[in-house]
Write a protein that binds this ligand. Structure first.
Ligand code: ZN
Length: 116
């Protein structure tokens, strides 16, 4: 359905009696954390890369059986769209094994490998 966003759909305007190209653009969406996780194809707030805004890395606690995010001094690097695309391309590389893809998914927090 991406072609609709790029090319639009020809529609008829009865007022002007002319055809025009209708394009749709998503400018915002909202939802709770699980919903946003699914929409964005990310691994979720309990994963090692659980923040959709920054590159904070979680640590697994054997004692509590949970990933947590210890505070650090300073700020975390914001996620960049260009890196997001690079990570997706890496994960989708057809020459990688399933194990390699899963390691990248865990590292980047993105769920673009749908082959399992
Ligand atoms: Zn963050």
């Amino acid at each position: 359905m991406i072609f609709i966003f790029l090319d639009g759909v020809t529609c008829y305007d009865a007022y002007t009696k002319c055809d025009f190209t209708l394009r749709a653009h998503i400018i915002a969406w909202t939802g709770d954390i699980p919903a946003l996780t699914k929409i964005m194809n990310i691994t979720g707030h309990n994963s090692y890369s659980g923040c959709r805004f920054c590159d904070i890395k979680g640590i697994y606690s054997q004692k509590h059986k949970h990933v947590y995010f210890p505070p650090k001094k300073g700020s975390y690097a914001k996620k960049k769209h260009s890196n997001w695309l690079l990570h997706i391309n890496e994960i989708e590389d057809v020459t990688l094994s399933k194990q390699q893809k899963e390691e990248l998914i865990q590292q980047y927090g993105k769920n673009y490998y749908l082959g399992y």
